[in-house]
Design a protein around this ligand. Structure first.
Ligand SMILES: Nc1ncnc2c1ncn2[C@@H]1O[C@H](COP(=O)(O)OP(=O)(O)OP(=O)(O)O)[C@@H](O)[C@H]1O
Ligand SMILES: N[C@@H](CCO)C(=O)O
Length: 319
């Protein structure tokens, strides 16, 4: 359940007065998502998303995210820019939190994408990477490779309480990824860095929304595709690899950016790195979220299983 900060009807009505969006009709908390508080807001002029940014999103990063959304929107990508108030401001404060009123996009996020849907989503990522070629603001990746070792050490041996041997397994995987990582030799650009199926809205086989840009940053372009591959091409438990979905993502992305032989050779390492990133952030949350909290904890082991898939691929390629 992701409504951490309650917004009173009075405070919301007063907030909306800053905008040219009509009068408040209704506001409902949105249960999905774990990072921020989200409300679905209906006014006499339309429907909007109200987001209050909680502790994981730094207020100082919001101008980068909003500039990226505005840039992509201007280029015709289906992203939700923040609505400007009458003074032209996008970033506000509400109930003591940074807050934005955001364009509502239709569509639903999928739990089990088909190859055709993966094809559309890979195409959308390729189009997004093309569109940022002239986007100049930068932001370091707050969950990039340099942060994995410190996060691994902060989680420490407590990870063995999640599954026996997890600390050693992730430690060995991290050693291998750090040794093989050739980030400095790969193209960089603005990337989404978290384009999971729940961050892509679709109607049928058409992408209607790319959302949740709050990990967006400047990093290796193909790493974005690797993140997407780890998130889309496996069942929820992370055990079964769906080759048709995985191949559809890459084939459609390649319509925009064909992978070079070097990028292909690095892909397993980038994907293993992505698995470590999500296994570690999930493990940290698992160890630091009380079991009875309202927020649903995501399973770190689903990502450890995916790691095994990429390791096996790497071995297959080297024999
Ligand atoms: N612009 C939008 N248009 C329509 N629905 C939206 C929009 N933004 C968010 N939503 C809805 O709100 C839900 C939560 O949004 P979002 O994924 O941004 O939250 P979050 O708390 O940052 O979550 P997480 O990082 O866990 O994915 C989405 O699953 C989607 O249903
Ligand atoms: N998409 C991430 C959450 C944001 O880091 C996960 O499923 O673990």
């Amino acid at each position: 359940m992701a409504v951490y900060t309650h917004v009173s009807a009075e405070a919301l009505a007063a907030f909306l007065q800053r905008y040219d969006v009509g009068e408040l009709i209704s506001a409902k908390g949105i249960a999905e998502g774990v990072e921020n508080s989200n409300y679905l807001v209906d006014t006499t002029r339309g429907r909007y998303i109200l987001t209050l940014y909680e502790k994981r999103v730094a207020a100082d990063d919001l101008p980068f995210f909003m500039a990226l959304l505005d840039h992509l929107d201007t280029k015709g990508l289906p992203v939700p820019p923040a609505i400007k108030d009458r003074a032209g401001e996008e970033i506000q404060e509400l109930e003591g939190r940074p807050a934005c009123l955001i364009k509502f996009l239709s569509g639903v996020s999928l739990s089990h994408p088909t190859p055709a849907q993966a094809h559309a989503a890979g195409d959308a990522m390729g189009a997004m990477h093309r569109a940022v070629a002239d986007f100049t603001p930068t932001r370091p990746n707050s969950m990039g490779i340099e942060t994995w070792r410190p996060l691994f050490e902060r989680c420490g041996r407590s990870m063995d309480d999640i599954a026996s041997g997890l600390y050693d397994d992730l430690g060995h995987a991290l050693d291998a990824v750090e040794a093989n990582w050739r980030g400095a030799d790969l193209d960089r650009s603005a990337i989404h860095a978290d384009l999971f199926p729940d961050n892509v809205l679709m109607i049928g086989n058409q992408v209607t929304g790319l959302i949740d840009f709050y990990f967006a940053c400047t990093d290796i372009r193909v790493y974005d595709l690797a993140v997407m591959h780890t998130a889309w091409a496996f069942d929820a438990k992370g055990g079964g690899y769906d080759a048709a979905v995985g191949e559809a993502l890459i084939a459609s992305y390649e319509q925009h950016f064909p992978l070079s032989p070097f990028e292909r050779a690095q892909f397993q390492t980038l994907a293993s790195g992505a698995c470590i990133r999500f296994a570690l952030s999930r493990a940290w949350d698992w160890l630091n979220t009380p079991a009875d909290a309202l927020v649903m904890r995501k399973d770190p082991l689903a990502y450890v299983r995916r790691l095994k898939h990429y390791d096996a691929e790497l071995v297959k390629r080297s024999v």
